[in-house]
Write a protein that binds this ligand. Sequence first.
Ligand code: FHN
Length: 418
Amino acid sequence: MSKSERDRRMAWWREAKFGMFIHWGLYSVPAGMWKGKLVSGLGEWIQFNARIPIEEYEKLARHFNPVKFDATEWVKVAKEAGMRYIVITAKHHDGFCMFHTELTDYNIVDATPFNRDPLKELSEACRKEGIKFGFYYSQLLDWHHPDGAGNDWDYDPNNKNFTRYLEDYVKPQLRELLTNYGSIAIVWFDIYSPTPEIARELKAWVHRFQPETIVSGRIDPGRRWDVGIGDYIELGDNEIPEKRVEYDWETPATINNTWGFKSYDHDWKSPGVIIQNLVDIVSKGGNYLLNVGPTADGEIPEPSVQILKKVGEWLKKNGESIYGAQASPVDTRPHDPYKYTSKPGKLYVHVLAWPWDGKIEMQGIKNDVERAYFLAGKNHEKLRFKQKGESILLHLGTKPLDPVDNVIVLEMADRKWP
Ligand code: FHN
């Protein structure tokens, strides 16, 4: 693909910066407990971690009736948080399909009393609200399908045939997902395709139906830090690199310590931590895909909703420094109390720890600064500053406007930097 084609495909994603990941499936029914006992590990891994036989796990479907699910409400939560795209699990490792598929009855429409297709409803609500819609698809691990990888307690691994699974199941399901749900912004493959050949084949298969769809970096067989077959690099879960990465990349992240809902995981990240992570990621050139794990009733847990609301309030005032922003043109050190994001002619200084004397000095400013002001301040009132060569001393005053991140805009005289 040529650079200009690639730039076109990636344009909305580069602008968006912040997305909502949704891990929702049968595992939200046990919610981290099996037969009265807590099962440690990720909520969506309960079948594996407790080695639950398929025959027993399947029965969860009869109790999965998420009548409180409201696609419009979920999209509203994402929108108010300032998120610009949604990626939801169509099929996670447990193999249960959260969409209507002809390939198996083990899906939310045919196997549960709910009898609705939430992916259809969510894709439509996203379209209405101008939010990009994508789906997660576990291409390797499938603990339900006899030929999928990972389940050695119900199936003999020696009898598995991955090619058969790929041709007769994965590809036809992808075709359904890419033809029945309108425009699909992202297909988020996960750990990992067995070979580069299969990864390429899957990517081509996606593009056969929707040439503009972005494919996640976890389509690659184990690649992480270099450019692979996926359209961008997918870092490890909750991983933020130390330095700027010179390619499109994303951090998928949990809001507590699980992806799929666990009734007893209350270890929520604060809005402040999330805002700081977002700034850190954008300052290094990446996107932040932050997860929510809805309940078996169909609701996004209230603490997540409240946290996201606060993040959205900050973004409403400071979004200019995030959406479509580029990485920091100046290297900051991890202990510096500020980080930068940028746009042509503007440097956004994110002051993450308020200086005790109300002053901040920065180096490496390679252009004359014409104006400095708080992005969230009234009327963009000018701040005092003194510039000498590449160093600048900013007088911020004694009171921060925001408890987490105060963004100061430095406007450059001739717009030639950064
Ligand atoms: O095993 C999955 C896990 O359940 C979750 O979906 C995350 C999201 O990035 N991906 C895998 C682990 O990296």
